[in-house]
Design a protein around this ligand. Structure first.
Ligand SMILES: [Zn+2]
Ligand SMILES: [Zn+2]
Length: 67
């Protein structure tokens, strides 16, 4: 969740810009602050279509049970 910076600081993403008071920032997993724009976006190429496993044959759908 993002929030507005209360203090100046350094961006944990090393974007080269300092965090200024009032900037939209977010905490990373290590509790450090970074700009929301610097938050790594999920790579769309690694996000495949959601695989659904059939509860009957345990194969990835679509399977023959759907007919
Ligand atoms: Zn940044
Ligand atoms: Zn099936």
């Amino acid at each position: 969740m993002s929030f507005r910076a209360q203090y100046n600081g350094t961006c944990a993403a090393n974007c080269g810009f300092r965090i200024h008071e009032g900037d939209e920032i977010e905490r990373d997993d290590d509790g450090r602050f970074r700009h929301v724009d610097c938050v790594p976006k999920p790579d769309p190429t690694t996000l495949g279509p959601k695989e659904v496993v059939c509860g009957i044959c345990w194969l990835v759908k679509p399977c023959r049970c759907d007919e």
